[in-house]
Design a binder for this molecule. Structure first.
Ligand code: UTP
Length: 286
């Protein structure tokens, strides 16, 4: 039903300098897999057929990562390490097509999503921010698709957070509950704790109807010079219903150092090949 996913990966990744100087932030690994691959797999697993990256010239390694590498594959087979072949060229990548669109200037997330307009066409589509990592039995995107199948509206993933951190996120003003989701009454980008309309914050997974593009085009840059996706959603709300789905599962904000380390520890403890040793190391350190 949702066939296309947009992955904005053109940001500067300032909070991860110097690691993000020559390596895109989205290519930093959690254990042995780059952040961006977790998001791509989440999209493929719900039946997405086309992945549209909004990227920059400097981030060519992302494109390379999703290309088949036959030379290394042959070398692995010849050296008796065939078990790594699927890690190198996962079969599921062949189920989708990858498209790369350059965002000429880092004018913000809203501007990044707008670059996908012609590639998306008139269909509803998904947006995944790879620096938000989600862990749950049913993936975050799959939970959104379930809601979308009932509402046919734009659906935003949200979660409840501590008010002291609310100023870092887009925050919704919740309306009535329907279709197992919340009707969004209003949405604001990075409010102060006093101004925040609730403690329900936006996470990095969305489904949008194609009307969002009309409003992205009309959205002007904020004080920091960025076109905010949240501001376009606020305008969209005037003409269309938008729903928010409280995500059921764990979320790690890997765009911050704390979230990145948290995700690394949490995943290491789930990885059977290392969890025992990691538990021991954590005990020893603490
Ligand atoms: P962030 O807000 O985390 O910004 O973007 P950033 O530039 O990556 O990181 P910092 O704040 O400088 O440390 C959220 C997502 O939107 C993309 C980023 O690549 C990231 O996946 N993005 C952001 C763009 O594609 N273009 C932009 O102009 C801004």
């Amino acid at each position: 039903m949702i066939k296309k996913a947009v992955l904005p990966v053109a940001g500067f990744g300032t909070r991860f300098l110097p690691a993000s100087k020559a390596t895109p932030k989205e290519m930093l690994p959690i254990i042995d897999k780059p952040l961006v691959q977790y998001a791509v797999e989440e999209a493929i697993n719900i039946g997405i057929e086309e992945i549209i990256f909004i990227t920059s010239e400097e981030k060519y390694s992302i494109e390379k990562h999703f290309q088949k590498n036959e030379l290394i594959e042959k070398k692995l087979v010849l050296s008796g390490k065939s078990e790594y072949v699927d890690k190198l060229n996962p079969k599921i990548f062949s189920k989708v097509s990858f498209k790369y669109i350059i965002q000429e200037k880092q004018n913000g997330l809203g501007d990044a999503v707008l670059q996908a307009e012609s590639a998306v066409g008139g269909e509803s589509f998904a947006v995944l921010l790879p620096d938000d990592l989600f862990f749950s039995e049913k993936s975050c995107l799959s939970q959104l698709v379930e809601t979308y199948s009932r509402t046919s509206t734009s659906v935003i993933a949200v979660n409840k957070i501590d008010k002291k951190n609310i100023h870092k996120y887009g925050v919704i003003k919740p309306g009535k509950e329907e279709f197992g989701a919340i009707l969004v009454d209003d949405i604001v980008e990075k409010p102060t704790a006093d101004e925040a309309p609730s403690d329900i914050a936006v996470c990095g997974r969305y489904i949008f109807t194609s009307s969002i593009f009309k409003f992205l085009k009309k959205t002007s840059a904020d004080k920091s010079g960025e076109i905010q996706l949240t501001d376009a959603v606020r305008s969209l709300l005037i003409s269309e219903n938008v729903h928010a789905k409280i995500y059921d599962g764990e979320k790690f904000d890997c765009g911050s150092k704390k979230g990145f380390v948290h995700a690394t520890i949490a995943l290491a403890l789930r990885d059977e090949s290392i969890s025992h040793d990691i538990k021991k190391i954590i005990k020893e350190i603490s």
